[in-house]
Ligand binder design. Sequence first.
Ligand SMILES: CCCCC[C@H]1O[C@@H](O)C[C@@H]1SC[C@H](NC(=O)CC[C@H](N)C(=O)O)C(=O)NCC(=O)O
Length: 221
Amino acid sequence: TTKPKLCYFRGRGRMESIRWLLAAAGVEFEEEFIETTEQYEKLQKDGRLLFGQVPMVEIDGMVLTQTRAILSYLAAKYDLYGKDLKETVRINMYADGTLDLMMMTALAAFKPPEEKEENLTLIVKKAKTRYFPAFEKILNDHGEDFLVGNKFSWADIQLLEAILMVEELDASVLSDFPLLKAFKARISNIPTIKKFLQPGSPRKPPPDSHYVEVVRGILQF
Ligand SMILES: CCCCC[C@H]1O[C@@H](O)C[C@@H]1SC[C@H](NC(=O)CC[C@H](N)C(=O)O)C(=O)NCC(=O)O
């Protein structure tokens, strides 16, 4: 069978959660990195980007765009999307929240230098006062190893991704969240995720100024 093909810049951005979900599901994938404006314009001209945007994923004979649409397709396909609608909507709520938090981090890289420090402080503050307290409470009230049902789901994968991303900004961010600390250790030890966290995996590094310049150049903004 042909492997899914991911088409995006050589960086995290909006594609990183898709890489995490596929890796956690044990699914190998190809990557096409957009390095030039020509490449990007060809994709648009060839009609492969519905709204002229990436991420784009080729899977099961389809050419998919829109990050959340792709993520929910993959979650359902790999049985990481709950056992019924009530579990699925909770997974969507949690995944949307962690995606909001991660998008702040992704875009922080594009802030002008004088705003960068203040912006990163704001993200850590949001994580510590809005997002992580909510997930700590869920884990406390739910009393299971996973966020939804008693089964590993897309919500767990994305929360771990978000925790690691915020820890890159402030390593002590979980100091007041013992349940999240235990959650991080548990989920990081799931074999497919453990492998993804080791060097040599398709996981991308934090965005650096080179990456920002490349994307700015391609998207001309
Ligand atoms: C590390 C940060 C990633 C770089 C910046 C990205 O963050 C995004 O907000 C913008 C880019 S991603 C690239 C951007 N894609 C989107 O904004 C997709 C949004 C869509 N709703 C989705 O969820 O997939 C893009 O193709 N723009 C061209 C242009 O609209 O003409």
